[in-house]
Every structure is written in structure tokens, then in C-alpha cells.
Design a protein around this ligand. Structure first.
Ligand SMILES: NC(=O)c1ccc[n+]([C@@H]2O[C@H](COP(=O)([O-])OP(=O)(O)OC[C@H]3O[C@@H](n4cnc5c(N)ncnc54)[C@H](OP(=O)(O)O)[C@@H]3O)[C@@H](O)[C@H]2O)c1
Length: 260
């Protein structure tokens, strides 16, 4: 667990065109980090970069789909060529999916796993050689409270975040000797476009107006990166759900089965 300065950190941040990723990019660059930011919506990335002109750090946009291995490799190449190396990888890009598993297509599971799990894992694999040469290197995987407790109506999403959590625990132990930290961030509900853009949302009235602001979540993540934390479960409600599920899994199962 290394304490690190944000100023001068060279990083890749995925999913930076909105929500938590966009707020995180702004916080890091204002604190002097130098970032390659990746997402598909070019206009959003351009607006983010414009809004950060004159900040102490640097921001370099890369437009593309992270499922694509070429974009994964390009993001690493950009960091090495334009920033001179890599100290920080933040796998934040994610997609949700709504509805009962029994009603869903196999494609829905594939789509969710491709973005939330495979893209993050393969980007990590490609980033490792550069991270090994980095200064106080750290990998940050943005998971969810639902990576600790499965709930009805989003089985594919929960599975993808559980997978990311398990992967992170394994590589944390594998990379510890090399001095590479692995932080897993588990936000609770956050006010972003996430729910409106979820696969099969079909106008489902999710109460996306409730929850934390992406700015508050971003500030907590920056603090955890600075401190070299390994786990960040955001919000009291989130922490309560995780602990009640660990201590009384049977009761939580029964409550969820009755009230979903
Ligand atoms: N909001 C919540 O309540 C909540 C709670 C717990 C965890 N989380 C997690 O927090 C992370 C950020 O979500 P958010 O709430 O900020 O939602 P968001 O505003 O919808 O942001 C998702 C980001 O991921 C990017 N993305 C999605 N698919 C991509 C792909 N194939 N290639 C490249 N970029 C892709 C999106 O950019 P483009 O569409 O422009 O590509 C966007 O920048 C996700 O991992 C999510 O699972 C969110």
C-alpha cells in the first residue's frame, strides 16, 4: 500500500465521457495528473478536455470502443508515447442491464461481460509491462456494491462485478511483491446516465435521481488512490448492505426474494 502524489501521475482512465469517469478525470487533472481518457462519445470527450484547459495536469482523448483490442492497445501506446509511461490504470467504463435473467438473451450477458469484465481484464494485461516500470503504480477497478451482493433484476451486471472483484483480489496478491497496488472501488447508487443507458432499460423508471453525486464519488476515489487503499466501499448504505449480506446471507436472500 503506497501513498502517492496525484501531481505528475501518468494514467489511463476508461469511461470518461460521463458520470463518475468524467468527474474523476476532472479531479485528477486539476490535481496535476496526466491522463489518456477513453470512451466512444467523441463530443463528450472533447467537452471534457475543453473544460480542463489551463489545469495543472494534461488530458489526451482517445475515442473508441474498449471491447476492441486495437483501442485497448492504442490507449497503452498513447500513454507511453505521449506521457512517457504509465503509473495508473483506472478501469471505470461500464454498462448496466435490466430485467429478469429468464427473459434475457445470451447477447445481453455477452455485452455486459465484454465491457465490465473482459475489456478491463485485457486492458490490465496489456498495461502490466508499462505499470511495472511506473512510479508507485496502481490499478483501480470500478466495481459496485453489486459486486458484493447479487440482487434480482440485474443478474448479468452482478456477475460481471463479482468477476471483477475476484480478478482484482487475485492480481492484488500476485502483484504485491512488484509494488503494484490494486484498488477496488464499490460505489452505491450514483446520479449518472448509467440507468438510462442500461441495456433493456426500455424507459424503466429507475430512481436515478437518488444517490450520491459523481463528484462526491470521484473525490473519494482520488483520496483512496492517494492513500494506496485496496478497498473503497462508498456510502453508509452500501457498507451496511455488504456487511448485513456477509453476516446474515439467508435473511437477505429471503427479503430479496419476497420484495423484488
Ligand atoms: N451509477 C451508479 O449508480 C453506479 C453504481 C455502482 C457502480 N457504478 C459503476 O461506475 C462506473 C461508471 O458508471 P457511471 O455511473 O459513471 O455511468 P455512465 O455515466 O453511463 O458512464 C459509463 C462510461 O463508460 C463508458 N463506456 C461504456 N461502454 C463502453 C465501451 N464499450 N467502450 C468505451 N467506453 C465505454 C461510457 O462512455 P461512452 O458511452 O461514450 O463509450 C461512459 O463514459 C461503471 O463501471 C459502473 O458499473 C455505477
Amino acid at each position: 500500500m503506497a501513498r502517492r502524489r496525484i501531481h505528475g501521475l501518468r494514467g489511463i482512465l476508461t469511461g470518461s465521457s460521463s458520470g463518475i469517469g468524467s468527474a474523476l478525470a476532472a479531479n485528477l487533472v486539476r490535481d496535476g495528473a496526466r491522463l489518456v481518457v477513453v470512451a466512444r462519445r467523441e463530443q463528450r470527450l472533447r467537452e471534457l478536455c475543453d473544460s480542463l484547459k489551463g489545469s495543472p495536469g494534461e488530458i489526451i482523448p482517445l475515442v473508441g470502443d474498449l471491447i476492441d483490442a486495437t483501442i485497448q492497445q492504442e490507449s497503452i501506446d498513447h500513454a507511453i508515447e505521449m506521457l512517457g509511461g504509465l503509473d495508473l490504470l483506472i478501469n471505470n467504463a461500464g454498462v448496466g442491464a435490466m430485467g429478469q435473467f429468464a427473459d434475457a438473451s445470451p447477447e445481453r450477458l455477452r455485452q455486459v461481460m465484454e465491457v465490465n469484465f473482459f475489456a478491463a481484464v485485457e486492458l490490465t494485461r496489456r498495461a502490466l509491462p508499462a505499470l511495472r516500470k511506473g512510479v508507485s503504480p496502481i490499478i483501480v477497478n470500478v466495481s459496485s456494491i453489486l459486486g458484493h451482493r447479487g440482487v434480482p433484476g440485474c443478474a448479468e451486471y452482478c456477475a460481471s462485478k463479482f468477476a471483477l472483484e475476484g480478478f482484482s483480489q487475485s492480481i492484488r496478491a500476485e502483484l504485491a511483491r512488484e509494488g503494484i497496488d490494486v484498488l477496488v472501488v464499490s460505489p452505491a447508487r450514483t446520479k449518472t446516465e448509467f440507468f438510462d443507458r442500461a441495456i433493456d432499460a426500455n424507459g424503466t423508471p429507475w430512481p436515478s435521481i437518488r444517490g450520491m453525486s459523481s463528484e462526491a464519488v470521484a473525490r473519494r476515489i482520488v483520496r483512496a488512490i492517494r492513500r494506496g487503499q485496496h478497498q473503497l466501499i462508498i456510502s453508509l448504505g452500501g457498507k451496511s448492505l455488504v456487511w448485513v449480506s456477509r453476516l446474515f446471507p439467508g435473511i437477505v436472500d429471503r427479503v430479496l426474494a419476497r420484495y423484488h
